[in-house]
Design a protein around this ligand. Structure first.
Ligand SMILES: [Zn+2]
Length: 104
């Protein structure tokens, strides 16, 4: 999967980089102080689906950090939202395409 170089969250531009899973022991990471998201490099994850889920997961961490700074431990919330968002996107591809077309 082609990952974006940046994600915009609130007023901030977050850099998105490929990482070596062996170095981080995670599929991804979110460095809130550096506004950087990492996604394990292609081949370290099961495929595009896991890469997409990882990107969404770390994106949600960034959103919570920027918009809900009072939430200190956001891992459980992030995991639940990742599943909900991915299931919603998978089950509603026609709506997703229509929304993207409307925003183009
Ligand atoms: Zn997480």
């Amino acid at each position: 999967m082609k990952i974006p170089a940046f994600l915009h969250v609130g007023p901030f531009k977050w850099r998105v980089v490929r990482t070596n899973k062996a170095d981080h022991d995670e599929a991804g990471y979110c460095l809130t102080d550096k506004h950087e998201i990492g996604v394990a490099k292609e081949g370290d994850l099961a495929g595009d689906d896991e890469e997409a889920s990882t990107l969404v997961h770390e994106w949600i961490h960034a959103i919570i950090t920027v918009h809900f700074p009072d939430i200190e431990d956001d891992e459980v919330l992030t995991q639940k939202l990742e599943l909900i968002v991915m299931q919603s996107l998978r089950s509603n591809k026609t709506a997703v395409r229509a929304i993207l077309k409307a925003l183009a």
